[in-house]
Write a protein that binds this ligand. Structure first.
Ligand code: GLU
Length: 481
């Protein structure tokens, strides 16, 4: 059975690239009817950030990713936490020491620093402690001399297969005898990762391609223990542009930022899944279920993908269109309440009007700002080629329609619309020759989320008539009041 894991380090925000890795891990597990596991890799206490585990948890929840197992936390599955599994790692490290695949290193920080400064052995450890005698080691241990445990890299070459990058071969010469257990007794990420992936029966390791070069070291560990090596799927990073990775630290949006900017979780999930993965069918909008259904490792790209905020905006707009009017009103209402202070405006109907015209709810204020206050506008707005209107005839058309609207008994959309088109017909005009000047006078904008009669309803009779008269003034007529 396929088992994948998401193994984030709690170092702060959830990067878009990390979330994408979690999604791929989730899709691969679920596509194969397997399990998805969450493991917090927190053994590097220096990089630990308080609250980061909550961010990871929340992000996965909002993105709709549920892990399948873990320690019991109040009736729910918690994540596996590496720092709480300390003893296991030491046991395995000692097994490697026993097997001659790892060794105690008592070198002080000063000695290691001086090695680096000399530069004669590069940044690689010089294996000084590999030649310690049994007695020296036992003495040091007895005297509680601080130690680390290092992996003894065997000579030769290591080759492995990655599902995305194909066959990768690394000369073992290029690898350092990396630390497996630090002087605080905690494992390094590099060691804990291997032990846990084995103990948790992880079959497919999906992670960023920055780990491609460390993978041979992990494989040497698997071999030293005689364990099965998992299937590797390394993925290229998500980029901001051709040269820089997308990163919160460089001011780019995290998942949480995007949510706060009004993006729908499902739109973000859909968009970032397509960054670096191409479906076999020519389609862009996918539900979570569809992604599980059609996700295929073959579609993962070797090359980095560039995050395009405009494409995400477009996709979010598509998701907003798919919401029911009720769902959308729940989202738009707080923004509408802030944007429209005029009493009596039916926010629900404004919500319906803007739904198909925005990419995020924060596009709404600009669309509806004319409701509270008619903006200053230029009379050239009345000029419309297709509607056959200009500054001169619009003045006549407004003068024609004002008394009709004043007399319209029912101030509702149907009555107002009929009144306007009937007036046009009776006077041998095109509908637009009445509707366009009315819309312009009422909004002062070249585009509105609704037509002339709908704006009349939104504004109410008094405000409508006042704005139409103001229109006459703008067009050089003198009626006002
Ligand atoms: N803790 C590592 C990280 O956050 C995980 C790498 C892996 O998935 O193996 O980058």
């Amino acid at each position: 059975m396929i088992r994948t894991r998401f193994a984030p380090s709690p170092t702060g925000y959830m990067h878009i690239g990390n979330l994408r890795t979690a999604l791929y891990e989730y899709f691969i597990a679920k596509h194969g009817g397997g399990s998805f596991i969450l493991r917090i890799e927190d053994t590097d206490r220096e990089r630990y950030v308080d609250g980061a585990v909550d961010i990871i948890y929340k992000t996965l929840e909002i993105a709709g990713i549920k892990h399948d197992e873990g320690p019991d936390v109040g009736g729910n599955y918690g994540p596996y936490i590496q720092s709480e599994r300390k003893n296991d790692y030491m046991k395995y490290a000692l097994e490697l020491v026993e097997k001659g695949e790892a060794y105690y290193c008592f070198c002080t920080k000063e000695r290691l620093d001086s090695l680096r400064a000399e530069g004669d052995v590069g940044v690689k450890y010089d294996r000084h402690c590999l030649s310690l005698t049994k007695e020296e080691i036992e003495n040091n241990l007895k005297n509680n001399v601080p130690f680390v445990i290092r992996q003894k890299i065997r000579p030769g070459k290591t080759t492995f297969r990655d599902e995305v990058y194909g066959e990768v071969t690394v000369d073992n010469e290029d690898m350092e005898d990396q630390i497996l257990i630090k002087s605080d007794g905690l494992p390094t990420y590099n060691f804990a990762n291997v032990i846990d992936d084995h103990l948790m029966n992880i079959t497919h390791v999906i992670r960023g391609n920055e780990y491609l070069s460390s993978t041979p070291k992990y494989n040497l560990l698997y071999e030293a223990f005689g364990w099965d090596i998992p299937t590797y799927i390394h993925v290229a990073p998500v980029m901001k542009d051709a040269h820089n990775k997308l990163s919160k630290r460089n001011g780019d949006a995290s998942f949480q930022d995007l949510i706060e900017k009004g993006y729908l979780p499902q739109a973000i999930v859909n968009y970032i899944t397509l960054l670096g993965w191409s479906p076999s069918e020519n389609k862009e909008i996918f539900t979570m279920e569809e992604l599980i259904e059609c996700f295929d490792v073959k579609g993962i790209s070797k090359s980095p993908a560039i995050f395009d905020p405009e494409k995400l905006k477009w996709m979010n707009g598509e998701y907003i269109k798919m919401l029911s009017p009720e769902e959308f009103f729940r989202m738009s209402e707080p923004v509408l309440e802030k944007s429209i202070k005029t009493p009596g405006v039916d926010l629900r109907s404004v919500s319906d009007m803007v739904k198909t015209r925005i990419n995020t709810v924060y596009d709404i204020p600009e669309l509806v700002d004319f409701i509270d206050e008619l903006p200053e506008y230029d009379k050239s707005l009345y000029r419309h080629k297709k509607m056959k209107t200009n500054e001169e005839n619009s003045l006549d058309f407004l003068r024609l329609i004002i008394p009709v609207l004043e007399k319209t008994p029912d101030w509702d959309n149907d009555s107002l619309y009929s009144a306007m088109v009937n007036t046009a017909k009776e006077n041998g005009l095109k509908n637009g020759q009445i509707l366009w000047p009315v819309r312009t006078a009422l909004s002062g904008k070249p585009a509105t989320p609704c037509g002339a009669s709908e704006i009349c309803v939104l504004l109410g009779r008094d405000e409508t008539l006042a704005r139409l008269k103001k229109g006459i003034e703008v067009l050089g007529g003198n009626e006002i009041g």
